[in-house]
Design a protein around this ligand. Structure first.
Ligand code: GFB
Length: 318
């Protein structure tokens, strides 16, 4: 019988973590630890983490844990986002190193690149300038994790890899209209406006910024792809679908939801980084291709969101 690799997805309830668990459940060559649905050890508690690693003995770890949020959450809760991400990353890396984990993939964020970055952003552009102020604490914490992974590689000879994903979205995302990322929060507001036949919906900022988005299931595939490739660079961008302006995205979202009112851009709200397009040349050169284009990903996400709303409506009627 062939050996199934024991893999721990830290943050199995995050958008990316949950997508990874879905993928791994279909694979015979992996065994998830803890098993899906079972409680994860607290990443804030080094002793609990130690006991978990000793007992479950994961060979691979994907670090998809830690709170995140859209531009408004970053402005309001920068301290909390940075604090939590710093602590859990430090605890997880050290437990993985002490328990002899064979390979670890840490998911950083495209906000680790400088605000005025060369586009599309290459790994060698990291550290080349100041970060975007609206998300500086979170970005600095994610960047600290990236530097820590590289330091662990050098000092302890461990195989810690870093993936820098484009802005992820998909089923299971947080749809908070105020604090979530642009796709789920705008989708939620457009859906409410459609139901109420509101004449207009406000889109934050000028609509000019450009973002690269990656569908969560494609990102999960990319994570497993880089985890399995021996010749993968130690830091690699994860995306490959190209970027769109927020204005174009808002129109695409309105079409997906079936909202026919006006889109009004509110330039008093922050734009954040002017552009975040990733140079995914190294990932594509290894042979990876994202399977889902933006429109198809938005449709799948909307279907999921509608199903959640309908489930809530049904439970109120019952
Ligand atoms: O997704 P988002 O919050 O993240 O916003 P960032 C992307 C762009 O969409 C910004 C605009 O230019 C927003 O002003 N936008 C328009 C909206 N309408 C909305 C809306 O209803 N909700 C939201 N959220 N945005 C975050 C970082 O940056 O992305 C994090 O703050 C992290 O640190 C994450 O990196 C991936 O791409 O600007």
């Amino acid at each position: 019988m062939s050996h199934a690799t024991r893999i721990f997805v830290a943050g199995s309830s995050t958008l990316i973590g949950a997508a990874l668990v879905r993928r791994l459940q279909d694979r015979d060559d992996y065994t998830l630890v803890p098993e899906p649905g079972a409680a994860e050890p607290s990443l804030f508690d080094p002793a609990a983490l130690d006991a978990f690693f000793a007992q479950a003995r994961p060979e691979y770890v994907v670090h998809a844990a830690g709170p995140s949020g859209g531009i408004a959450a970053n402005v309001r809760r920068g301290a909390e986002l940075a604090h939590d991400n710093l602590l859990i990353t430090a605890h997880l890396f050290d437990a993985a190193r002490r328990h002899g984990v064979e390979r670890l993939l840490y998911l950083a964020s495209s906000c680790c690149y400088p605000r005025e970055c060369h586009q599309p952003m290459r790994v060698e552009d990291l550290w080349s300038g100041p970060l975007e102020p609206t998300n500086e604490p979170y970005a600095a914490a994610k960047l600290a994790g990236l530097a820590l992974a590289q330091a662990y590689r050098r000092q302890y000879g461990v195989d810690f890899r870093v993936g820098i994903p484009a802005n992820a979205f998909g089923p299971g995302d947080d749809f908070d209209p105020a604090e979530a990322h642009v796709i789920p929060s705008l989708m939620a507001r457009l859906e409410t406006a459609r139901q109420n036949s509101d004449p207009a919906v406000t889109v934050w900022g000028t609509g000019q910024p450009r973002r690269e988005f990656v569908f969560a299931d494609d990102l999960a595939d990319a994570c497993l792809f880089v985890l399995e490739h021996l010749d993968c660079p130690e830091v690699i961008n994860l995306g490959g679908g190209g970027d769109v302006s927020i204005g174009e995205l808002a129109r695409l979202l309105a079409e997906t939801v079936g909202y026919h009112g006006r889109l009004e851009f509110d330039a008093s709200k922050p734009d954040g980084m002017p552009r975040k397009a990733l140079d995914c040349g190294p990932l594509l050169a290894l042979g990876f291709r994202p399977a889902t284009d933006l429109s198809a990903g938005l449709r799948a996400t909307y279907r999921w969101y509608r199903s959640q709303l309908e489930a809530v409506e049904t439970s109120h009627v019952a």
